[in-house]
Design a binder for this molecule. Structure first.
Ligand code: ADP
Length: 485
């Protein structure tokens, strides 16, 4: 990998703490491997809990100075980081694909489209406006200031090893917070490469740190250290629940982007070609490993056959392979556990009467490759209808009635993304308002961008990322009562 990079210095294998590249004092490391073939890429420090605590001390000192910079000064630094990411997008994509497996073009898309969160929040830094409210009596005025929450801890997943970081660091740094990041242990190299560029961009020492190591002890330190004001997490609902409990002792602010179980509904008035295209993007991007992936595809009975045929044609043209090979559209799944979940959902659906249209088995490529799969005749009783598969399985459930499909779509503890295809304007409004989800894609399978509030309701999370709302989670309101006037 090192020799394939234009700038080999982006491949860092130390933690980045208080502006310094650090090993663990006891020399402990963990291995990063390529999910394509399991080959070894690097060994990265496994920091102890005490080392993480020391990093938090440094982040606290750094935050105080960072918050004192003008918004314009902070914006300049964040923008410089954004520019460096764009300039190095090819290398960042290659590092990402090597440790995560997704096709290179998708990796580059992730890097660029999420760097935009830095650009956006650099601009928003200058618009953290307060308020002046009429006083309760003539000698008083009410002022509302917005101030940074303080030191923030971020925990990010492996499915978007690069993009989930800029989404969190952008608003945090713009608000005047410092951030310590614990990347997923499968994919720390993308995080460390971003740290190299942060340092180069002039992000002050301790304002952005990457602490690598075991999830549990680092997570515990984040939750219990009184100097951490806020935790922002993207990952599974189970871990989110655990963090929320642990962080309760010190009443931490929390932003949680958790699991989803996105319904994707195709009504009989939909443009079927567009719906198939949207389903392909929503279902098969990143081999089905995104929290906004269509998990359940509901198709109105009168068009279900036509839709399934068109979908099948597209799915059969997907090409599995190494992410760096030209033409690859599907990389491997992240690990064997992911394959096991896919196998479980496929077996359960077929046992309960689902009809396999394509796929349904591991790929001849071996490793953690699984063939893109379509199953028809799926029902709400099957596991795939209630659990997030997080793999390339497209289950088709047919329906007849609008109210029924809304009830089925909402029958979930999750409420992250949802999608539907329809043309009738009244139906579009009705369904968009009725779906219990933080995000609704109407006639589109791709909804995330830096200008929109990304996030879930129900057990899919708390808070929003992106948009003018995305900075709020990193700010506290302070009411100043100005009296004696
Ligand atoms: P997945 O199952 O998709 O890997 P996780 O929620 O387990 O999703 O992982 C998302 C992130 O949360 C990763 O960075 C992982 O290391 C981290 N993580 C997992 N368990 C814990 C924990 N107990 N405390 C803190 N972080 C954790």
């Amino acid at each position: 990998l090192k020799t394939a990079l234009k700038d080999a210095s982006l491949l860092a294998d130390k933690a980045f703490v208080a502006g310094r590249w650090a090993s663990a004092a006891d020399g402990r490391t963990f291995a990063v491997t390529d999910p394509f073939d399991g080959s070894h890429i690097a060994d990265v420090p496994s920091l102890s809990r005490a080392e993480v605590a020391a990093a938090i001390d440094a982040a606290e000192t750094a935050q105080k100075l960072w918050a004192k910079c003008t918004a314009k000064e902070r914006a300049k630094v964040i923008n410089a980081w954004f520019q460096l990411i764009l300039e190095n997008a090819d290398d960042l994509a290659l590092i990402l694909t090597s440790e995560q497996g997704k096709p290179l073009a998708e990796a580059k898309g992730e890097v660029i489209s999420n760097a935009a969160y830095l650009e956006w929040f650099a601009e928003e830094a200058k618009r953290i406006d307060g308020d002046i409210i009429p006083g309760a009596n003539t000698s008083q005025r009410i002022m509302v200031l917005k101030q940074p929450v303080g030191v923030c801890a971020a925990i990010t997943p492996w499915n978007f090893p690069n993009g989930m970081i800029t989404r969190k660091a952008g608003p945090a740094l713009a608000a005047g917070c410092s951030m310590l990041l614990k990347p997923a242990s499968q994919t720390p190299l993308s995080a460390l490469a971003l740290a190299v560029l942060a340092e180069r961009a002039g992000v002050p020492a301790g304002v952005f740190s990457v602490v690598t190591g075991e999830a549990r002890p680092i997570g515990s330190e984040f939750c219990h250290n009184p100097k951490i004001a806020k935790i922002t997490f993207t990952g599974s609902t189970g871990v989110g629940r655990w963090l929320m409990k642990e962080a309760a002792d010190s009443i931490k602010r929390l932003s949680l982007e958790l699991g989803g179980n996105a319904p994707f509904i195709v009504f009989d008035d939909a443009d079927l070609d567009a719906a198939v295209e949207g389903a392909m993007i929503s279902k098969f991007r990143n081999a089905g490993q995104t929290c906004v992936c269509a998990n359940r595809i509901y198709v109105q009975e009168s068009v279900v056959e036509a839709f399934s045929e068109k979908l099948l044609a597209k799915v059969s043209s997907l090409k599995l392979g190494r992410g760096t090979e030209v033409g690859t559209t599907q990389g491997p799944l992240i690990d064997d556990k992911a394959v096991a979940k896919m196998e479980e959902h496929v077996a359960d659906a077929l046992e309960k009467g689902g009809r396999l249209l394509i796929g349904g088995k591991r790929s001849a490529l071996g490793g953690s490759f699984y063939e893109p799969t379509v199953i028809a005749g799926v029902t709400q009783a099957m596991k795939v209808a209630s659990e997030e598969t997080f793999a390339p399985l497209a289950p088709i459930i047919s329906f007849t009635d609008e109210d029924d499909v809304i009830a089925m779509a909402n029958d979930s503890e999750y409420g992250l993304a949802s999608y539907f295809y329809a043309k009738d304007m009244a139906r579009v409004w009705r369904v968009a308002e009725a779906l219990e989800a933080g995000m609704v894609g109407v006639n589109t399978g791709m909804i995330a961008n830096e200008m929109a509030p990304f996030g879930g309701i129900k057990q899919s999370g708390l808070g929003r990322e992106g948009s003018k709302y995305g900075i709020e989670g990193f700010l506290e309101l302070k009411y100043v009562c100005l009296g004696g006037l």
